[in-house]
Design a protein around this ligand. Structure first.
Ligand code: FAD
Length: 315
C-alpha cells in the first residue's frame, strides 16, 4: 500500500471514530474549510445555495447530515428535518422541474438501530417519499458501507412499489455492482453511479484506483444500454469524458441521464457541463453533523486534509 492509499484508509477509519469526531467537532475549526463542502447548518442556508446553483443552470440533491443515529427519537428528528426541508423548498418554488430533490441515508433514519432498524428506516423513508410526492419532487437513497447494500436495495424495491420516483446510489468499487446494474437498469429506474467512499475490504471491493475506474466504465455501459435514468456521479475528468462519449454512442438524449458532483468540488467543471447543455445536479449537504461527510471528502483529496489539519491547529 502506497503512502496516499495509507492516508486515505486512515482518514476513512477516522471518519468512523466517535472519539476523534467529538474532539474535532468541538474544535473551533476554520469555518471556511467546512463551508467549502457544507453551505450551512440550516434549511435556509440550503435554499440560498440551491438558488445560487440554479442561477447558472445546476440542479441540486440535498442531504440532511446525520449518519450516527443511535435512537428512535433521533431517527424521527431527522425524518422531520426532511419534511420541513421539502415544505420549504416547495414554498420557495425550488422543487419544480426537478430543480431540487433530496438524498437520504437510511442509517440516518434508523437502519442501524438494534431493534427493528430496517423496518423503522423503511417507515421513515415512506414518510419522506410521501412528502416528496406532495412537493412534486424525487428522493434518492445514498449507499453506505457494504454491510448495508442488500438492505438498501431491498428498501428501494419496497419503496418503488408505491413511489416509482425513488432512486439509489451504487458503488463501482464493489465487485457485485456490475451485476446490480443489470438488475437496476429497468424502465423508470434512477441509478446514481459513484466510485464509493467507504473503507472496504479486498474481499468485497477493488482496491486499485484503475480497477475501480474500469469497473465504473463497465457499470456505466450497462446502465446506458438500459431504459433507466443513469446519474453519473464523478469528478474524475477521464470518466466524465468517457461518459460523454458513451452517451453519444448510445444515442442518449440529454434529458435521459444526468451528471452529478458534490457541492464545492470542481465548481467550474460543474458550470462547464451545465453550459454545454447537460443536466448537472449538485449534491448539497447541510446540518451540524458534518464530521463523517467531511472526513470522506478529505480521504478523496489528501491535500484538503493538510489544509483542514492546519485550520485545527492555527486557531
Ligand atoms: P476521484 O478519483 O476521487 O477524484 C477525481 C478528481 O476529482 C480528483 O483528482 C480531484 O481533482 C477531484 N476531487 C475529487 N474529490 C475531491 C474533493 N473532495 N475535493 C476536491 N477535489 C476533489 N459515495 C458513496 O459511497 N455513497 C453515495 O451515496 C455517494 N453519493 C455521491 C453523490 C454524488 C453526487 C457524488 C459526486 C459522489 C457521491 N459519493 C458517494 C462519493 C463517491 O463515491 C466518491 O467517493 C467521490 O465522488 C470521489 O470519487 P470521484 O469519482 O470524484 O473520483
Amino acid at each position: 500500500m502506497g503512502p496516499a492509499e495509507l492516508l486515505r484508509k486512515s482518514l476513512l477509519t477516522l471518519a468512523d471514530s466517535g472519539r476523534v469526531r467529538d474532539i474535532v467537532e468541538r474544535a473551533p475549526v476554520s469555518r471556511s474549510v467546512v463551508k467549502r463542502y457544507v453551505p450551512g447548518a440550516y434549511a435556509a442556508d440550503v435554499v440560498t445555495a440551491v438558488a445560487d446553483l440554479g442561477a447558472n443552470g445546476r440542479a441540486a440533491t440535498i442531504d440532511y447530515l446525520g449518519e450516527y443515529t443511535t435512537d428512535v427519537e433521533q431517527a424521527e428528528a431527522t425524518t422531520q428535518a426532511y419534511l420541513d426541508l421539502l415544505r420549504l423548498l416547495a414554498d420557495e418554488g425550488l422543487t419544480s422541474e426537478g430543480r431540487a430533490e433530496v438524498s437520504v441515508k437510511l442509517s440516518a433514519i434508523g437502519q442501524s438501530l438494534p431493534a427493528d432498524g430496517p423496518a423503522i428506516a423503511l417507515e421513515n423513508a415512506r414518510t419522506i417519499c410521501s412528502a416528496a410526492l406532495a412537493a412534486g419532487t424525487t428522493v434518492t437513497l445514498d449507499m453506505e458501507d457494504h454491510t448495508t447494500t442488500d438492505a438498501t436495495l431491498e428498501a428501494l424495491q419496497a419503496l418503488r412499489a408505491d413511489f416509482s420516483f425513488v432512486g439509489v446510489a451504487i458503488q463501482a468499487y464493489l465487485h457485485r455492482t456490475e451485476g446490480d446494474c443489470r438488475d437496476l437498469a429497468t424502465d423508470g429506474s434512477r441509478v446514481r453511479l459513484c466510485k464509493g467512499a467507504y473503507a472496504e475490504p479486498e474481499s468485497v471491493a477493488y482496491q486499485d484506483a484503475d480497477d475501480v475506474a474500469k469497473s465504473y466504465v463497465r457499470c456505466l455501459k450497462v446502465l446506458l444500454a438500459g431504459p433507466g435514468y443513469p446519474m453519473i456521479a464523478t469528478h474524475d475528468p477521464r470518466l466524465v469524458e468517457i461518459a460523454a462519449a458513451l452517451t453519444r454512442h448510445h444515442g442518449r438524449p440529454t434529458d435521459s441521464y444526468e451528471f452529478q458532483m458534490l457541492y464545492g468540488v470542481r465548481p467550474e467543471e460543474q458550470r462547464r457541463i451545465a453550459d454545454r447543455g447537460n443536466q448537472m445536479r449538485v449534491y448539497v449537504p447541510y446540518g451540524e453533523e458534518w464530521y463523517g461527510y467531511l472526513m470522506r471528502r478529505m480521504a478523496e483529496r489528501p491535500a484538503n486534509a493538510f489544509l483542514f489539519a492546519r485550520s485545527l491547529i492555527s486557531r
